[in-house]
Design a binder for this molecule. Sequence first.
Ligand code: GDD
Length: 337
Amino acid sequence: MKALITGISGQDGYFLSQLLLSKGYEVHGIVRRNSSMTQGTMDLLPEHIKSNIIVHYGDITDGNFLSNLLMKEKPEEMYHLAAQSFVGYSFQNALSTYDVNIGGTLNVCNAVKDASQDTRLYFAATSELFGQPRVTPQNETTLFMPRSPYAVSKLSGLWTIRTYREAYRLYMTNGILFNHESEVRGPEFVTRKITRGVAQIKNGSPDPIILGNLSAVKDWGYARDYVEGMWMMLQQDNPDDFVLGTGESHTVREFAEMAFDVIGEKIRWVGSGVNEIGLSQEGNTLVKVSREFFRPLESDNYRADYSKAKKVLKWKPETTFADLVKIMVESDLKSLN
Ligand code: GDD
């Protein structure tokens, strides 16, 4: 079996490539060439694993490149993970977010349709499609009301997949994944920002962690569990869309509390809004709030109803919230030491 992953150099590509290699797949990945010749999370893989990945340098905004690659390789499975994935950034750079996420996804769909119709395609959709949902928990039938350029771009991707699936009878699926994190998460995302900050404070840094909206509510799981679900979505008789999440909600504030807990620090909150701070038992400032990290619109109140994935795919998250936070803090402590 041959699989092609766009976005292999991101967090999910890191776990998915290892999963597929362990199942005996020939794994191909698309990587954007950069002048420093770095390959994102692929550089974190042990050499004996990394050397088994066949890299194709290219960009999903180049439709010819994708069509030629699919014509040549004709993979049985394709995982389209590449995206401008940072919600906050999408407010400042909406057009480039649309170019990559809408144009790139259209290029992927066209390449499958024109050059490799038997390829089964997974598309990384997102819980961000729900915006500020009015019903809890959210599932595949919940109304999509996106509230960021990123989410708007992903809604276009989701509907492109649905349209191509029906119009051309192609095997294309949407994975509507809630937040999933790990020790290789990019440092701009709030979970990793917190766990890196906690590790630095444990190592003597006097600098507090500066965050935005502490009250944002998300459903956070472990990325390693979620790539299993992606793979399962492509093993069904018929293509369909699935929600993956944990069914548990936590605030950013709770994530920070749990992360400090791992280093034995009981955080105490005082003040409110942008004046809220998190203090150590000795009174040192561990967390501060800045307007800089607030978004023009927040999308939260998330809690996944993943019952369809549980029933059809037999998928469920294996890692608890507490374990996820512990894995991330301990990994950051280890890399600092
Ligand atoms: N990044 C960031 N930095 N977020 C902060 C901060 C901060 O300092 N302080 C509070 N937050 C809040 C954000 O406002 C948001 O509500 C929440 O923390 C999570 O933000 P991110 O970690 O940046 O992730 P996200 O929820 O916006 O999006 C991630 O998950 C989606 C769902 O799976 C990304 O991975 C998306 O690509 C993905 O679709």
